[in-house]
Design a binder for this molecule. Sequence first.
Ligand SMILES: C[S@@+](CC[C@H](N)C(=O)[O-])C[C@H]1O[C@@H](n2cnc3c(N)ncnc32)[C@H](O)[C@@H]1O
Length: 206
Amino acid sequence: MSTRWSQVAGADSGDAYARRFAALAATGQDVHGEATFCASLVEPGARVLDAGCGHGRVTIELARRGYDVVGLDIDDSMLDLAKRTAPDVRWVRADLAQLDPRALGLEGGFDLVVAAGNVIPLLAPGTEPMVLANLTACLRARGQLVAGFGLDPSHLPLDDAPVTLADYDAWCTAAGTTFERRYATWQGAPYAHGAYAVSVHVLRDK
Ligand SMILES: C[S@@+](CC[C@H](N)C(=O)[O-])C[C@H]1O[C@@H](n2cnc3c(N)ncnc32)[C@H](O)[C@@H]1O
């Protein structure tokens, strides 16, 4: 089943996406808010899975800061660019909806799983509960799951917002996590029912 991302992104999505962030960085904008947020949750050396890593923006910055990070994505164009930029990082091409964490050596050991950049609403429709179960299968007990995504079309590359926070929290609960806290931005602004949210859930003891 094709992801919502593959429906909105072209064949050269990797280069186009990278150009967008390069242009933002050139104007002085911080393009590493997600990595900084992750670094506030776990110490350098921690194992981090960047789920839906794209061209590796967050993965590569976390590796640079001393994290033991794996980047995983299904989009060849994005992943090829990530591999070219940081060949020493571990990259995995896989579908989050059909992930076999054990076969990929990803099971149970991660301190943090991050899904940045609207990964959750860009999954294939209907696969979200399975993806959340697969992501939490990669976490150690008390490991943290972090996702940031838009809740209205102005924060998404879509005409509508397919995922609500109620949906997301329900999938996370079913996948064995407990809601921890929520912010409006990756910089930690308080969440006040706006149209973007960064959510932290913690895996219950296994
Ligand atoms: C907007 S990009 C975000 C990339 C990166 N996380 C960032 O913040 O720069 C969304 C990514 O989610 C990935 N994605 C969507 N559904 C996926 C799935 N089922 N399995 C793996 N990756 C998926 C897409 O391929 C795409 O690279």
